[in-house]
Design a protein around this ligand. Structure first.
Ligand code: ADP
Length: 714
């Protein structure tokens, strides 16, 4: 019984009974044997068309009223006798049988008595048919005893049972096959969906394929996937398939609106067999899209237990409703779709993140290379030499100045041990020391560049990594040779100036004291006074030079008192002053006869001449000729002061015009001087738009030639 009930639930009983097969049997009985059969189920769902081929029946039911006369209902059954007497002497024997819990009435009808003229007359009148015809047909009917009828009815019931059992079996087999096919289709749709999920990353394409397979398997007219827009609390169509795909996509639903909104809100699957009877259905969507929704299955789309949207399938093709088992299938598909969404979201998210990281990395790289370039160019353009080594003291970087200083090329030394190229012990030791001690070190190192020894102030610093380890060290070398020399020169200058000042002071002091304490004869007085005067002049010139230099140095410069004068006259004056200055020397002046008018500051030019002449005398301690020669050429006056003295080496020639510079030879050192005469000479000449040059060699004597612009003789 339980089995029956189960089947009853699953199988629609009205479909159980293969009515056409049974009606065929009824037809055979009626036509060949004149036995009318009718089957009715108690619930009225099954009601076979009674086929009665007896002429009597035909005549009787030829009118509408006659048909009504022949209609019989369950109520008309005489439950006791099981006989239904309907018209004339035609009797229907009624028997019952149960099948799958359903009660069936089976009517078997035959004629079983002699003609009753009055009854037939009454029937003919009621049905509105011709009495004579009906009566003749009535008489021709077979007669059957009731007992035989009961036997016959039993037989027919058996037959019915057999037929019905067979048709049920057939139905079950058919159903089973159909279910199997559906299951297979569902399984393959699910499998297909999972294959697609793994093979495509385009979410829209993916969902579309999933929904198309849902439509196919469930034989639906349309389907859609909604996603929840959590910002607005609305649902939008992510995917819509079917005839109104484009129209549908423009629509958004509020949370809770329509079947989809309801499912999104509740998170529960819903089967609506007829949407017109469901108040939750949103009619506006159909109105907007011109689609007619009849039935819907809608299931939530859940990712990690959270509803992110819904999947919906509409209208079963052919008009039937969706079954509950289809909810399960759609739920399975929805979970596949959810995986797809999650995967693509995840993938897109990862992709986005990767892209973002990539961009950041690129930006950082660009910044880094800009920074590197910036630092490199700073380091390269530094006036100081920079040399960096790694932990093993292999060279990792050196700038151009360092290349010049150490006379190496980066390409040759990169990555190689610093000691292989730089032979200065102090440098190698310092590199090693700062690496070990992790502290900065400063000291001076001497490096030979070309012929000259240069002094470098070097700073060695360890390169400390973020972990606090020494990764290498960097050294910066600043050439301080000039500063050092200047320092040296300054102190020498101070010594010199004090010496130079004292030198004339000593005789001045001595002679003046002598004249004060003793009575000196007038001859000697003049002599002493001459010495004092000469020394005072010397002192004045020296002080004048110092003042000039300080004016030049401070940027004030020297001002010229330009006047027109005969240059030849000027030369003669100077010559006269120095003609007898030194007994060892012979001063010779050579110049053109004619006068040469030029515009100069007379005193300044005398200062130039005095300087050159006194140098010529001073730096030729052995004596000899000092020639002064004046020439004119190219609108210029040239004056040469030539001696046969110590001379100046080729290297020193450009330097003797530098302030405080004095040639460092033993012979020169014996001669007192300050190193400021020639710079002033050069300055004065340049102020006059003139210049000066030197021709000399060691022990070859010197020739100083200066020139001034010439004003043409009128
Ligand atoms: P000072 O003579 O006081 O040292 P100068 O500026 O006049 O300073 O000269 C600079 C240097 O040039 C001198 O120290 C000397 O070495 C060199 N010098 C100048 N004139 C001569 C010269 N006629 N012969 C050789 N050396 C000279």
């Amino acid at each position: 019984m339980a089995e029956i009930e189960r089947k009853e639930k699953e199988i629609d009983s009205s479909k159980l009974f293969n009515i056409r097969v049974w009606e065929g049997i009824q037809y055979k009985f009626s036509k060949d044997l004149g036995i009318a059969i009718k089957v009715m189920s108690e619930d009225g769902k099954i009601n076979t068309v009674e086929t009665n081929f007896s002429e009597f029946y035909q005549i009787l039911t030829s009118t509408e009223k006659g048909i009504r006369l022949c209609e019989f209902s369950i109520d008309s059954i005489d439950k006791e006798s099981k006989f239904v007497r309907l018209y004339a002497d035609c009797v229907y024997y009624c028997t019952t049988t149960y099948f799958y819990g359903k009660k069936f009435y089976i009517f078997v009808g035959i004629r079983d008595r002699a003609a009753d003229e009055a009854l037939v007359k009454k029937l003919a009148a009621e049905a509105g048919v011709d009495f004579k015809d009906l009566y003749r047909a009535y008489l021709e009917q077979l007669t059957f005893s009731e007992a035989k009828l009961i036997n016959l009815a039993d037989l027919i019931v058996d037959l019915f049972n057999i037929v019905i059992e067979l048709s049920v079996q057939e139905y079950i087999t058919q159903m089973a096959n159909k279910q199997k096919e559906e299951e297979i289709a569902k399984m393959s749709a699910l499998m297909e969906a999972s294959v697609i999920i793994n093979s495509t990353r385009n979410l829209e394409e993916l969902l579309k394929i999933i929904m198309q397979s849902a439509e196919k398997v469930m034989q639906a007219e349309a389907s859609s996937v909604f996603l929840i827009d959590s910002e607005n609390n609305e649902l939008f169509f992510e995917i819509a398939t079917g005839p109104k795909e484009e129209e549908v996509k423009k629509i958004r639903l509020k949370m809770g609106e329509g079947i989809a909104g309801w499912v999104a809100y509740t998170g529960e699957a819903l089967l609506v067999p007829d949407v017109s009877a469901d108040p939750r259905f949103a009619k506006r969507v159909d109105e907007q899209t011109q689609f007619i929704t009849r039935s819907v299955i809608c299931v939530p789309l859940k990712v990690r237990n959270q509803t992110i949207g819904v999947v919906q399938v509409l209208n079963k093709i052919g008009g039937a409703s969706f079954s509950k088992s289809e909810i399960k299938f759609l739920e399975a598909l929805a979970s596949q779709a959810a995986i797809a969404i999650e995967n693509t979201n995840l993938y897109e998210h990862l992709e986005e993140r990767a892209e973002q990281l990539n961009k950041e990395l690129k930006r950082a790289n660009v910044n880094l290379s800009i920074e590197k370039l910036r630092i490199e160019s700073i380091v390269q353009s530094m006036d100081d030499g920079v040399l960096a080594v790694d932990r093993e003291n292999n060279i990792v970087m050196l700038n151009r100045v360092a290349e010049n200083t150490f006379n190496v090329q980066t390409a040759d030394v990169f990555g190689k041990f610093v000691g292989d190229f730089i032979k200065i012990k102090a440098i190698i030791t310092n590199f090693m020391t700062v690496l070990d001690a992790k502290t900065t070190m400063r000291n001076e190192v001497m490096i030979k560049m070309g012929e000259r020894e240069h002094i470098f102030a070097a700073v060695f610093t360890p390169i400390i990594s973020q972990r606090g380890e020494a990764e290498g060290s960097v050294a910066v070398f600043r050439d301080v040779t000039e500063i050092k020399e200047l320092d040296k020169m300054k102190s020498e200058f101070l010594n010199m100036v004090s010496h130079e000042l004292r030198t004339p002071l000593t005789p001045i002091q001595a002679y003046s004291e002598l004249m004060m304490v003793r009575a000196v004869d007038p001859e000697k007085v003049k002599n002493y006074a001459d010495i004092i005067n000469k020394e005072t002049q010397r002192l004045g010139a020296l002080i004048g030079d110092l003042l000039d230099l300080s004016r030049i140095e401070s940027g004030k410069g020297l001002s010229l008192m330009i006047e027109e004068m005969d240059f030849a006259e000027l030369l003669k004056t100077v010559y006269e002053t120095y003609r007898n200055a030194s007994p060892k020397h012979k001063i010779i002046l050579t110049m053109p006869e004619k006068s040469e008018i030029i515009e100069v500051d007379k005193n300044k030019i005398i200062q130039v001449m005095t300087n050159l002449l006194s140098n010529a005398i001073k730096y030729s301690p052995e004596g000899g000729e000092v020639k002064i020669e004046m020439t004119e050429r190219d609108k210029k006056i040239f004056v040469s002061v030539k001696d046969r003295g110590l001379g100046v080496s080729k290297e020193d020639i450009p330097r003797i015009f530098e302030k405080f510079y004095r040639v460092e030879s033993d012979a020169i050192k014996k001669i007192s001087g300050t190193g400021i005469g020639l710079p002033i000479v050069k300055y004065i000449l340049e102020l006059h738009n003139g210049g000066i040059e030197v021709k000399s060699g060691v022990n070859e004597g010197s020739e100083f030639i200066f020139w001034l612009p010439r004003i043409k003789h009128k």
